[in-house]
Structure formats: structure tokens, C-alpha cells
Design a protein around this ligand. Structure first.
Ligand SMILES: [Zn+2]
Length: 204
């Protein structure tokens, strides 16, 4: 096959209608990885597209993830498109969208300092300037529940008006009115946990 034939044979872009949104989800996942909020293929990212949710797939490394790897589901979790399985934490994401109509994106990380704090079972205190600046609100810690379980999805309800909650012995659940906003919330919670640990260690 000559080069022009190869070019003509190239498949058309998949999902051109929401390609930019898909690229945004991948960019957020890569930022999460680059900043040490997760490792490898752990954690997950989703964003709302009208009445549908675009979410990262299960067990796919972020560094090799393409737009076509993302999974599109409805608010009941029924798959609309995407060959891969959606993230195991899809019920957790859906619970946030159902209980927070203003939520445009959800990010779940295992960032180390916040995750360490989640093992204490305590609210994340004190509130920091960043917490106030970004309007995150009180960050509670939910009781431990298995990954992917309906019990874990209950964490969405305990967020209340806050933009984040700690999942007991597990990690961080963050949301926002934009995808970048949700990523900022995840960053703010990790920074807040770092400060909380500094204070806790200085007191001992
Ligand atoms: Zn997790």
C-alpha cells in the first residue's frame, strides 16, 4: 500500500462530536497521574455531557488511553458507547451526579496524605485558605466500604454541599462545576491533608 492509500484508509476520528470533551477527561487523568494523586491506572475521572456521563475505563493505563477508550453511559449506568468496561467506581460517580445536579465532573484519587488521613476516620481539619478560596466546604470522612460497592456510593450523599469527601481507608472524592474545578478540589484536599498532618505531627 502506498502512502496516499494508507492516508485514505485511515479511519475517521471516533466520536468527533465530543472529541474535545474526551480529550479533557484524558488530560485531567494525566494531570492526576503526573501530580502523584494516583499511580498507574488507579483512580478515575468523569464528566457530564447533558444527560450522559463520560468516564474513564477500568484497568487502562492513563498514559496509553485514547478518546475511544472512554465509556459513555446514561445516568442509570447503562452503556451507550465504548468497548471497555467503565471504571469500577461508576456507581460512586453516578451517585454524585444524581445528588448534585450542579456537578459537571467527578474525580476520585488515592492521593497519599488525604488517603492516610481517611484511615483516621476523622473530618479533615483545619480548613485552609485554599479550601475557602475554592469553596470546598467541610471535608468529612465516610466509614470504610469496599471499592465499587453501593455502600461506597453512599459517600456522595454525605458530601452535602461540600465539593469533597474522604472515603474511609481509601481516598478522595471530589467534584466541581467544571472538570478543571474538580481537579483543583482534589489538589486542595491533598494540600489540606498535608497541613493537617504537619499540625498533627508537631503536636506529638
Ligand atoms: Zn479508589
Amino acid at each position: 500500500m502506498t502512502l496516499p492509500e494508507v492516508i485514505r484508509a485511515a479511519p475517521p476520528p471516533v466520536h468527533p462530536e465530543d472529541l474535545a470533551e474526551r480529550q479533557d477527561v484524558i488530560a485531567a487523568a494525566l494531570a492526576m497521574l503526573r501530580e502523584g494523586l494516583v499511580v498507574g491506572m488507579v483512580g478515575n475521572v468523569s464528566r457530564r455531557l447533558g444527560g450522559r456521563i463520560l468516564i474513564t475505563p477500568s484497568r487502562t493505563p492513563y498514559v496509553s488511553m485514547g478518546p475511544e477508550d472512554l465509556v459513555l453511559v446514561d445516568l442509570e449506568g447503562r452503556r451507550i458507547s465504548g468497548a471497555a468496561e467503565p471504571s469500577i467506581e461508576l456507581p460512586l460517580h453516578l451517585a454524585v451526579y444524581r445528588s448534585h445536579p450542579e456537578a459537571a465532573a467527578v474525580i476520585h484519587t488515592h492521593s497519599p496524605k488525604a488517603t492516610a488521613w481517611s484511615f483516621l476516620g476523622e473530618p479533615l481539619l483545619p480548613e485552609t485558605e485554599e479550601n475557602r478560596y475554592y469553596g470546598v466546604g467541610p471535608v468529612r470522612t465516610d466509614p470504610p466500604a469496599p471499592a465499587g460497592s453501593a455502600a461506597l456510593a453512599e459517600a456522595a450523599k454525605s458530601m452535602g454541599d461540600s465539593l469533597a469527601v474522604l472515603l474511609g481507608g481509601h481516598g478522595v472524592l471530589a467534584t466541581g462545576a467544571t472538570l478543571e474545578g474538580a481537579l483543583d478540589v482534589a489538589r486542595v484536599v491533598e494540600r489540606q491533608a498535608e497541613i493537617a498532618w504537619l499540625l498533627r505531627n508537631s503536636a506529638s
